[in-house]
Unconditional design. Structure first.
Length: 160
């Protein structure tokens, strides 16, 4: 499986880094199967005068499945919502997983999650809103062991 990672630099040797702020799936190395999502992510670097680079990896999913503990959220359901909210609130709930995969929470999704956290939406109302929206995916490598199943292929500088 081909995965992409948006950055401001080439990342031939990924690392598990703590995020500056609380993110969907907690600490880890974030990738996506959607190249355009990775390109979109690099936009924040351009705003501060940095380069825009999409790193490309090959993920040996079949071998990883047999050797690692993997949590997969196939859709933006109640379990996914609770997991994202817990991570955003700094209550990391994934210490037993090497890899976590599932939908990515972009600006639209964050708005819904914020309203859920404020009590404006119930869980069911939040999930109903997610169902009408195209969510891209993310695959997060959470342990050094998991990074062994990720092979760097190359990088692409985004010029526009």
């Amino acid at each position: 499986m081909t995965l992409y990672h948006g950055s401001y630099t080439r990342v031939p040797e990924p690392n598990i880094l703590s995020p500056v702020h609380m993110v969907d799936f907690g600490m880890g190395f974030y990738t996506t199967t959607d190249r355009e999502q990775a390109v979109k992510f690099t936009g924040k670097f351009a705003k501060v005068g940095k380069d825009r680079v999409v790193n490309i990896y090959e993920y040996n999913e079949i071998a990883a499945r047999d050797a690692l503990s993997i949590q997969k959220h196939s859709s933006a359901d109640v379990d996914w919502l609770r997991y994202v909210v817990a991570n955003r609130m700094g209550r990391g709930v994934d210490r037993d997983f090497d890899i976590v995969a599932g939908p990515i929470a972009d600006d639209f999704v964050y708005s819904v999650i914020d309203n859920f956290e404020l009590g404006v939406y119930t869980e069911d109302e939040a999930i109903e809103r997610f169902l009408t929206y195209r969510l891209t995916d993310q695959v997060v490598f959470k342990t050094e062991k998991s990074l062994g199943y990720l092979k760097y292929i190359g990088s692409e500088e985004i010029l526009s």
